[in-house]
Design a protein around this ligand. Structure first.
Ligand code: 3H9
Length: 653
């Protein structure tokens, strides 16, 4: 039985118990309707509580039912029967009330939650819009501007924020169900406050219109965020029943769309990525103290990620001034978060309170895990890990953040190399969600499992990669960039390639990204590798020529583009340089349309993806898609290159 009814005096408690996340499956929907009817028909019952067993409140509709013929009762009807209940219904929320779960709570007559509960409408991330009243009821409680923002972004809010916004009534002190029962009893016999009857408070029309336009723009081709925003806006103009009908129609239209299918694939892919054959029964180790060596941009971002997730962090730099500079870097990252409203001053102080900065590696002796983010040079890293082997506990996990070096060559100097793993963060590390968890030749299953579990606790997505140059992501990105350069040499210009990829859905084209990141680092790497380069391989010298001309990207005011007055503009000097390179190589320049550009790049990516799969570097095609989506801005609503090429369908669905 996934829904049961019990009685506490004159209060009926409807308990949903559908592990793992209490998704609103057909059995749950039918159970709620039945128990609600029973409670309403029972004269001894004065009020009703809806709560959940297990780790969370209802986490949404059952996504496994999407794409199949819907079976009644439908969630919007279940939600209406809650709102129309003659007796007061209190939603008692713990864990995450998401999507359909949040919609159930919104339709109740009151909401109480424990402090660490959270709420959200993540439907847009699945390529759909809320389909059980979320877009119509949320603005009636939270106000138009907040509701648009939440529905279009899928952002989750804490119980505290929900209370401030008027979305929930109380935070439970003591036991949740006992507090909810007492609350329900207070409401018994009083006039019911039905969310659907509330008016939408007056709001700034221009602001709402700007939010909708921004949602469309930010989505870069994904339909659902703008549609969700528009539906919320309609709540101010339409009666509830009309608004609900419009919402339902849009939900049904989008749930059958290609974008929704692709995003459901991504959802399943993310769950599959954490399941590693052979690790099913391996328990990860508990990690409390984390050491970070190097507090440059990458190290500071990594340290912040760990402190944000509640770890104690020991940051070590080579000398006192560098340690101080590291602390300032971390502080300025937090200042930015305070400025953007993501945390408050107390949050900053709390996080900094978990961090210590030292100029002596000996400070790492108590760490459970040490990750390095020092200069990406084999000798530098080998010296570090050899020294660390004599400092940290013999069982402490050691991790490298190298992007291009061979971690197995580093492992040679590590005492007990079964504890050595790669944790490849993407820059900026405190923002980017992807971490490649690199399976070194020597790593033990327990350490690999711990790496994955730590990454999950950081709120990031871990994807296991085998060892090869650049791992999954940079290896594919290198090929992607190579083919872009080939097109430059054959007749395309940087802004044409960037425009084609941006129209495809990338936030930035490859050359704009290069200008932002700086051209000098990869130039230095190319110079280091020049001696071992295969002379028969096609090599495009455009990037080298730009660097020779001092064009290192935005930081020097010029790279593939010119940034003379702060704006990115096409630079005739670069066009001339590219044309000269084409001439020298004997290429007759021709024009490239956006479709050809995209197709050429996709073909190259998929070909490299296949090799990566064949070599066993990636466990599944869907892992490759996740790396590109979360590390390189590939539009999630397209599913990923392997999915689009039909190579991933069986993987994660
Ligand atoms: C919706 O509600 C539409 C409505 O507006 C309208 C309807 C008419 N269904 O993530 P985890 C499974 S759209 C089915 O590892 P966590 C998941 O596959 C929905 N299954 O756990 C996995 O299974 P397995 C809106 C689901 O603790 C297991 O649960 N809701 C669903 O890290 C554990 O998942 C969402 O989009 C589901 N809805 O995180 C919420 N959700 O073990 C999506 C999860 O076999 N879910 N599973 O691989 C989440 O965000 C996270 O799962 C959650 C837990 C935060 C709940």
């Amino acid at each position: 039985m996934s829904v049961s009814l019990s009685r506490d005096g004159d209060v009926a408690v409807i308990l949903i118990d559908n592990p793992p996340v209490n998704a609103a499956s057909q059995a749950v929907r039918a159970g709620v309707v039945d128990t609600l009817a029973t409670a309403n028909a029972d004269p001894a019952i004065a009020a009703i509580v809806i709560a959940c067993a297990g780790k969370t409140f209802v986490a949404g509709a059952d996504v496994r039912e999407f794409g199949k013929p819907p079976v009644p009762p439908f969630l919007p009807d279940v939600v209406l029967s809650i709102e129309n209940s003659a007796k007061p219904v209190v939603a008692a929320v713990h864990g995450t009330a998401l999507g359909g779960g949040f919609e159930i709570a919104l339709a109740a007559h009151a909401r109480i939650a424990i402090e660490d509960a959270s709420f959200g409408l993540p439907e847009v991330k699945l390529g759909i819009v809320p389909g059980a009243g979320g877009t119509q009821r949320l603005p009636r409680l939270a106000g138009m501007v907040t509701a648009i923002e939440l529905a279009a972004s899928g952002r989750r809010i804490s119980a505290g924020e929900a209370q401030k916004l008027g979305v929930i009534d109380r935070i439970a002190e003591g036991g949740l169900i006992a507090a909810a029962t007492a609350f329900a009893r207070e409401l018994a016999g009083k006039p019911l406050r039905r969310t659907g009857d509330l008016p939408v408070r007056p709001f700034d029309e221009q602001q709402a219109a700007a939010q909708i336009a921004a949602a469309d723009k930010k989505a870069r081709g994904q339909i659902s965020p703008g549609e969700a925003a528009r539906l919320v806006r309609l709540a101010a103009d339409l009666r509830l029943s009309e608004g609900l009908a419009r919402e339902r129609a849009k939900f049904l239209e989008l749930v059958g769309s290609e974008q929704a299918a692709a995003l459901r694939y991504v959802f399943a892919a993310e769950r599959a990525a954490g399941k590693i054959p052979g690790l099913e029964d391996v328990a990860p180790r508990a990690i409390g103290n984390v050491g970070v060596v190097g507090a440059g941009l990458m190290g500071a971002g990594i340290a912040v990620s760990f402190a944000d997730a509640g770890y104690s962090v020991t940051v070590v730099e080579r000398d006192q001034p560098s340690a101080e500079a590291g602390r300032s870097r971390v502080e300025s990252l937090y200042d930015r978060m305070v400025k953007s409203g993501r945390i408050d001053a107390a949050g900053k102080a709390e996080r900094l309170g978990r961090m210590n900065f030292f100029a002596d590696r000996a400070a790492l002796s108590g760490s459970d895990l040490v990750i390095e983010a020092v200069f990406d040079d084999l000798d530098v890293k080998r010296e570090l890990f050899s020294a660390l082997s004599g400092i940290v506990r013999p069982d402490a996990i050691l991790a490298t953040n190298t992007s291009y070096l061979d971690p197995d060559a580093i492992a040679e100097v590590v005492a007990n190399p079964q504890r050595f793993v790669g944790l490849h963060f993407f820059s900026p590390a405190n923002v980017m969600r992807l971490v490649e968890v690199v399976r070194t030749a020597t790593v033990s299953p327990e350490v690999l499992a711990t790496g994955l579990s730590v990454v999950k606790r950081l709120g990031k997505l871990g994807v296991v990669s085998g060892v090869c140059e650049g791992f999954i992501g940079n290896r594919i990105f290198t090929v992607y960039r190579q083919h872009c350069d080939f097109m430059l040499e054959e007749g395309a210009l940087p802004h044409e390639i960037d425009a084609a990829m941006e129209a495809f859905g990338f936030p930035m084209g490859p050359y704009a990204v290069n200008d932002l990141a700086g051209l000098d680092i990869s130039w230095a790497r190319r110079k280091r590798n020049a001696a071992t380069r295969d002379p028969s391989e096609r090599y495009v010298v455009i990037a080298d020529r730009l660097c020779e001309a001092g064009r290192f990207g935005q930081k020097t005011g010029k790279g593939y583009y010119s940034y003379a007055d702060g704006r990115k503009t096409v630079d005739p000097e670069v066009t001339a340089l590219i044309e000269a390179v084409s001439r020298e190589g004997g290429h007759v320049r021709r024009s490239f349309g956006p479709d050809e550009i995209v197709e050429r790049i996709m073909t190259a990516i998929v070909e490299e993806g296949r090799k990566i799969l064949d070599e066993g570097i990636a466990l599944r095609a869907s892992d490759i898609d996740l790396v590109l989506i979360n590390g390189y801005g590939y539009p999630a609503w397209r599913g990923g290159p392997m999915y689009q090429a039909g190579l991933a369908a069986a993987d994660a669905q």
